[in-house]
Design a protein around this ligand. Structure first.
Ligand code: SF4
Length: 238
């Protein structure tokens, strides 16, 4: 089996074989490459269970029905997000979905850092509840999968199928880079996939409830996250 580590990324970045002309715009061939390159214990999909995630879960289940999925359970998600996770479990019962929690409970965080840390220092809150748990989840992995799309924001416009992830010393595999928002929804509808009901109530991107708001119809797909703040990313994709 070919095994490509973080250090060897440069050797594959120019020669990576992808068929971008299929219906999945390269996503399926990227996933087939990923799951034939890394053993199950070395690759994980860090899923938000947002709209892109639903597409990716459907494609991953076709390639590796027992793939390891990790959800960063901040304990601050909307009930609708937990609902869609349960529906995905019913739809794809073989997927191994891990609910990864932060080391601090919300009470402990309040005790150490004061109330509503997300209002006063959202970077610290994301670090405790998302970045460190993902670091732990990736500590024994070589590659992780993410649902980033180039169209989502200027900071994501240069994302490649395979990215050297300096932050987590891992390879970050992004199969959906060429998908548009409309194509994501066409796929969800065509395959009758479950999705977070908040998407139908003006929430294009759904994170923790204290930091996610509905947006107007012409807002971009990342609008509504950390309103009234310059923050646009939780720190996983810095
Ligand atoms: Fe905290 Fe908001 Fe980040 Fe969630 S999105 S971890 S509530 S700052």
């Amino acid at each position: 089996m070919t095994y490509v580590s973080y250090e060897e990324w440069n050797q594959i970045s120019d020669t990576f074989p992808v068929n971008e002309s299929d219906e999945s715009k390269g996503a399926l061939s990227v996933l087939e490459w990923a799951y034939s390159t890394y053993t199950a214990d070395k690759i994980v999909y860090a899923s938000s269970f947002g709209a892109e995630a639903i597409v990716l879960l459907d494609l991953i289940a076709r390639v590796n029905p027992s793939a390891h999925i990790v959800f960063l359970d901040t304990a601050l998600h909307f009930p609708e997000t937990y609902d869609v996770i349960e529906k995905i479990k019913e739809r794809f019962p073989s997927l191994q979905i891990e609910m990864k929690k932060a080391a601090l409970t919300l009470d402990e965080q309040r005790g150490e850092h004061g109330p509503a840390l997300w209002k006063r220092d959202p970077n610290m809150c994301c670090h405790i509840r998302k970045v460190v748990p993902l670091q732990e989840a990736l500590s024994d992995k070589t590659a992780w999968i993410s649902g980033l799309r180039r169209e989502q924001s200027p900071t994501r416009a240069a994302t490649q199928f395979i990215n050297k992830d300096e932050k987590f010393k891992n390879l970050k595999i992004c199969p959906l880079i060429h998908w548009t928002w409309d194509e994501v929804w066409e796929h969800i509808k065509k395959h009758d996939l479950p999705f977070n009901k908040l998407h139908s109530q003006g929430y294009p991107s759904i994170g923790c409830f204290p930091c996610t708001s509905p947006v107007s119809e012409d807002g971009d797909s990342r609008a509504g996250r950390w309103n009234n703040s310059t923050k646009t990313e939780c720190g996983l994709h810095a």
